[in-house]
Design a protein around this ligand. Structure first.
Ligand code: NAD
Length: 290
């Protein structure tokens, strides 16, 4: 397939590399000077998308996505698929999809779960919003870059699924960390705590797969000094997108709001920036009830 890929950063570069390895013809553009083996770099975004059957974007936020869409939508060939894999606000995803559809294109919002490791290994999960025809066209690409793609409904629903998932993740990680810190003070051994909770009703991905306590459970960022992994500031970004969506939809999300406030404090007022989001555990260890 002839593919264009805009935004070849930490996630985009390995995703594009996997498409090349699978035999696709990939032209790329990034505003930074980037080299991805096997990807032909274009001088601009509009130039990169000419003649492409599928155009992927993997960009930092909704405003940048909107700006790039203004540039590339008029240059894309009719019937092509605009496949945005960035994590952005639901409103931007829906606006860009509408713009693409008005120009005779198919549009999909397909944010991912799995991080840089999943992008490299080709094991991402795609949560996809948009029309069924576009989903079928893109399916072989999802199969190359990921392990699973779920069609969640119309445009914006992929982003909706992503922020709901990550709101659960942020809240469960915090409560898992505060429970470990409480267990310490109650004299409960961390290994015993893991052995009980990971097989009991308090279990979650945050405990079982990504345990925030060093030396306990499977290897996780806690075992490498909380080097990300999934950085606390990215968690904060996703929680803020969830709060923005909740406000627009009139949904009551008190736990999500509490998680957002705690990650904001951790990243912007404490030492959380640049650390994994599970570094909430050392944060709670060092605090007493005030
Ligand atoms: P990144 O900053 O490494 O990559 C973004 C790339 O976009 C950069 O190379 C940047 O130069 C490029 N870019 C920015 N503006 C551009 C423009 N106008 N034209 C062309 N290129 C432009 O970020 P990332 O970690 O690759 O994340 C990308 C997206 O994936 C984000 O929306 C993020 O929330 C989401 N995401 C990231 C992770 C993760 O673990 N890193 C996991 C899941 C989802």
């Amino acid at each position: 397939m002839k593919i264009a890929f805009i935004g070849l950063g930490n996630m985009g570069a390995p995703m594009a590399a996997n498409l090349v390895t699978a035999g696709h013809d990939v032209t790329g553009y990034d505003r930074a000077d980037v080299v991805v083996p096997g990807v032909t770099m274009a001088a601009g975004a509009a130039e990169a998308v000419r003649g492409a059957e599928v155009v992927l974007t993997m960009l930092p936020n909704g405003n940048i996505l909107r700006a790039v869409a203004d540039e590339i939508v008029p240059a894309m060939q009719p019937g092509a698929v605009f496949l945005d894999c960035s994590t952005v606000d639901v409103e931007s995803a829906r606006a860009v999809a509408e713009q693409a559809r008005a120009a005779g294109l198919s549009a999909l919002d397909a944010p991912v779960s799995g991080g840089v490791g999943g992008a490299q290994a080709g094991t991402l999960t795609f949560m996809v919003g948009g029309d069924a025809k576009g989903f079928e066209t893109a399916r072989p690409l999802f199969d190359v870059m990921g392990r699973k793609a779920v069609h969640c409904g119309p445009s914006g629903n992929g982003q909706a699924a992503k922020i709901c998932n990550n709101m659960i993740l942020g809240a469960t990680m915090i409560v898992t960390c505060e429970a470990f810190a409480l267990a310490d003070r109650l004299g409960l051994d961390r290994q015993a705590m893991f052995d009980v909770v990971s097989t009991s009703s308090g279990s979650s991905w945050s405990m079982n797969t990504y345990c925030p306590a060093p030396g306990v459970g499977p290897t996780s960022p806690a075992d490498t000094g909380y080097r990300p992994g999934f950085a606390a500031e990215l968690m904060l970004k996703d929680l803020r997108l969830a709060m923005q969506a909740a406000e627009q939809a009139g949904a009551d999300t008190p736990m999500g709001a509490a998680a957002t406030a705690l990650y904001a404090q951790f990243v912007e007022e404490e030492d959380g920036a640049g650390r994994d989001f599970s570094a909430m555990l050392p944060r709670f260890e060092g605090r007493t009830r005030g």
